[in-house]
Design a protein around this ligand. Structure first.
Ligand SMILES: Cc1ncc(COP(=O)(O)O)c(C=O)c1O
Length: 442
């Protein structure tokens, strides 16, 4: 059965209440899409050995057969707010290009010039032979912008987190990590020699309870995303900093979704709360507001010098290529010169949040341009997402294990490039589908 066969014969038929129609749809979907047993539980394959899990993994195929598979859509063209998929242009609300810098002519020109001057790659790792004058310039500009003493540019934000945490967290040290932190933080903690304690999301009482349990441990590091990538929540940085002071812990903040979005001139949550001096390690990425790829870590020069010589994820990987470095530097300068981009992003965020809130969708209430829309059931979420796509809206989905089971959501994010017409189309589409499926009242 295809999902299109599940659509209602007559969505205006008021005789069947929307929530009952939604229940019918869920049960029909579940006849053909057993997410729980094929994705969440271990394999039922008859094959033995390491690969048995692959042979028994049916969730993607089931979703494809139903026509509700949302991943790896092939994008043929894009600008700031639109993508072309299957020859059809749709509005994207699944973008990290918050400030519309990915396609900016100045950014592209800077990348082109670096490409022509230095070629397509750095021929090696930063450590041995891949450090260009461009990397040093970007490091210096970032340090200056963030008012931090030193910065290391790495190949991705993932590696910046993973490499930094893995090399700093020694055998006798403990990381206290928010349960909603990004996968790269989990990974850094997992490969580090030290122990990791996960505290409940943004729960300062629980963080304190965890810190108290290890009075004899001298090396403590509290690690948090500044803006959580799925929920869009802002970290309680004042609470974290206070506990770090009380329990003598180091603070590492991942500003992946804070940089370019919030704080003075887009300097992140650290700046929003005026805690620049209290945050010991500032990690960031170039794959969101900076419109490209790459990551960085900023800290005291004694710390960066250690990371430079010890972090495997930095030393044993190729350097960020010239075009990306130059593009990021141009993007950083544009962000500084054109603060109206951040203002537009905020205005768009406010408009979308108000629109969705007025329709009674359950959404977060803060100035972050990530708006998750909670649906719950996995199959229904994929179905909702497919209907959005059919109606010209390309959104993201988050299902387990990215979020806890049965907390599936449509994940939307916005950019300064969205026009009023784009946003109105998105809101109208959410309203129609949300009402049809009984997720919001009529
Ligand atoms: C919170 C957070 N940290 C780190 C990263 C990794 O960044 P990058 O894309 O540069 O590897 C991401 C990207 O998804 C993220 O959302």
């Amino acid at each position: 059965m295809k999902y299109s066969q599940l659509t209602f014969d007559d969505p205006n038929n008021k005789e069947i209440p929307a929530h009952l129609r939604r229940d019918q749809i869920i049960s029909k979907l579940k006849e053909n899409f057993d997410f729980e047993s094929t994705h969440l539980r271990s394999s039922t394959s008859s094959t033995e050995g390491v690969l048995s899990k692959c042979h028994g993994y049916e969730a993607p195929n089931q979703a494809k057969d139903l026509g509700i598979y949302p991943y790896f859509r092939e994008i043929e063209a894009m600008d700031g707010a639109h993508v072309t998929i299957g020859g059809r242009e749709v509005i994207t609300v699944s973008t990290n290009n918050y400030l519309d810098l990915t396609h900016n002519p100045r950014v592209i020109e800077a990348a082109k010039q670096a490409l022509e001057k230095f070629g397509t790659g750095c021929t090696g790792s930063r450590f041995l032979n891949g450090t260009l004058s461009l990397h040093k310039q970007l490091e210096s500009d970032l340090s200056h912008f963030l008012k931090r003493e030193d910065t290391i540019v790495m190949s991705t934000g993932y590696q910046a987190n993973q490499g930094t945490i893995a090399c700093l967290l020694g055998r006798k040290d403990i990381a206290f990590s928010d349960r909603e932190n990004h996968a790269s933080i989990y990974e850094g903690c997992a490969v580090a020699a030290g122990k990791t304690v996960r505290y409940r999301h943004n729960d300062m009482d629980h963080l304190e309870y965890c810190l108290k349990k290890y009075p004899g441990v001298e090396g403590k590091m509290i690690i948090t995303d500044s803006v959580f990538s799925m929920s869009g929540d802002i970290a309680n940085l004042p609470g974290i900093v206070k506990l770090a002071r009380d329990y003598k812990a180091t603070v590492l903040v991942d500003e992946a979704h804070g940089l370019g979005v919030i704080g003075e001139g887009g300097r992140g949550v650290t700046s929003y709360y005026h805690l620049e001096k209290e945050v010991d390690i500032y990690v960031g990425t170039f794959s969101k507001s900076m419109g490209s790829i790459g990551g960085f870590v900023s800290a005291h020069p004694r710390v960066t010098e250690y990371i430079r010589h010890k972090a495997s994820a930095f030393i044993f990987t190729a350097a960020l290529p010239p075009a990306s470095v130059a593009g990021v530097n141009a993007a950083l300068n544009l962000m500084i010169e054109e603060p109206e981009r951040i203002q537009r992003l905020h205005d768009n965020t406010t408009y979308m949040k108000k629109g969705l809130f007025d329709m009674k969708f359950q959404i977060n209430n803060n100035p972050i341009p990530i708006i998750p829309i909670k649906i719950g059931d996995e199959a229904l979420t994929l179905y909702f997402n497919q209907l959005l796509f059919d109606n010209g809206v390309f959104a993201g989905v988050a299902v387990s294990p990215v979020v806890p089971p049965f907390n599936a959501m449509i994940r939307t994010s916005y950019t300064s490039a969205h026009t009023q017409a784009d946003m109105d189309h998105v809101l109208n589409t959410f309203k129609t589908i949300g009402t049809e499926l009984g997720i919001i009242p009529q």
